[in-house]
Ligand binder design. Structure first.
Ligand SMILES: Nc1ncnc2c1ncn2[C@@H]1O[C@H](COP(=O)(O)OP(=O)(O)O)[C@@H](O)[C@H]1O
Ligand SMILES: [Mg+2]
Length: 259
């Protein structure tokens, strides 16, 4: 868990939001020739990707394919070695990050109560939210009875649900999730998926990294399949599961190990 001061360091001046576009067109993402490499390895190897609308996109691919790195690049937490990422025509900066929220595989919470974790995150962005609204959000994720409990005493599933509640409390236009349900109990997975579907219906653009084919089938509207830092396939979910076109995606779905 982080101390409050660590997160406070990320506090920035809140800038005015740009004029709103219709929900379905907000936050078009265009990625061109994206490369991320270290002296030892090219992790993202020339990714081109367009997500013009807000269909729920699932990013899949084998372990080590570069999914987490790609998500961090999109959010502006890593700087590309080459290529461009454009959200609304602009590279990700502080303002972009503040219009987005990211949920990581391992819950990152403050040593405070459940409710105070929400309040603190809202405060960092200069946002307000009534206690009733916060309790209602916690209720959607089955956490209302735990509102005053220290976050560090929650189970893994409860902590991850709190991370999602906190992300949603920020009313992000874009929500990026990196395997948020890995190793969680089925009840937590269900609550998280239901909350994602609600956010999606409300117009939030969601990019979800998951290993879990069943989860992808339940929630995806579009699949991006990444293999060795390259995009092997981008398909509408229904056609992906019926007739995945790329050999990499077919092998993955048949349970063959991809390296
Ligand atoms: N910040 C980093 N610096 C150097 N190498 C990294 C970094 N992050 C991840 N890697 C390496 O990049 C590859 C892809 O990692 P990752 O994106 O975490 O894969 P995935 O999420 O698809 O399992 C792995 O070989 C990993 O060890
Ligand atoms: Mg990963």
């Amino acid at each position: 868990m982080l101390e409050a001061s660590a997160l406070r360091a990320a506090n920035h001046r809140v800038e005015e939001a740009p004029a709103p576009l219709p929900a379905a067109e907000r936050n078009p993402l265009v990625v061109r020739g994206l490369v991320f490499e270290t002296p030892r390895q090219r992790i993202i190897d020339g990714v081109d990707l367009e997500l013009p609308d807000n269909r729920l996109t699932v990013l899949m691919g084998p372990n080590g394919a570069g999914k987490s790195v790609l998500l961090r690049l999109l959010h502006g937490l890593l700087t590309p070695s080459a290529g461009t990422i454009l959200w609304n025509g602009k590279p990700p900066d502080g303002r972009t990050r503040r219009s987005q929220a990211m949920v990581f595989q391992a819950p990152v919470l403050l040593r405070r109560s459940v409710l105070s974790n929400l309040r603190f995150a809202l405060g960092l962005r200069g946002l307000g939210c009534s206690r009733r609204e916060m309790l209602s959000l916690l209720g959607m994720l089955g956490l209302e009875p735990l509102a005053d409990r220290p976050a560090r005493l929650l189970s893994g599933g409860e902590q991850q649900r709190l991370c999602l509640a906190r992300a949603l409390a920020l009313r992000p236009e874009v929500l990026l999730l990196d395997e948020p349900c890995a190793n969680l109990d089925p009840a937590s997975v269900l609550m998280i998926e239901e909350a994602l579907m609600k956010a999606r219906a409300a117009g939030t653009k969601i990019i979800l990294v998951t290993h879990d084919l069943f989860q992808a089938r339940r929630v995806a509207e579009r699949i991006v399949f990444l293999h060795r830092g390259r995009i092997a396939e981008i398909s509408p979910a229904e056609s992906f599961f019926d007739t995945a076109g790329s050999p990499e995606a077919r092998s993955y779905m048949e349970g063959r190990i991809l390296v």
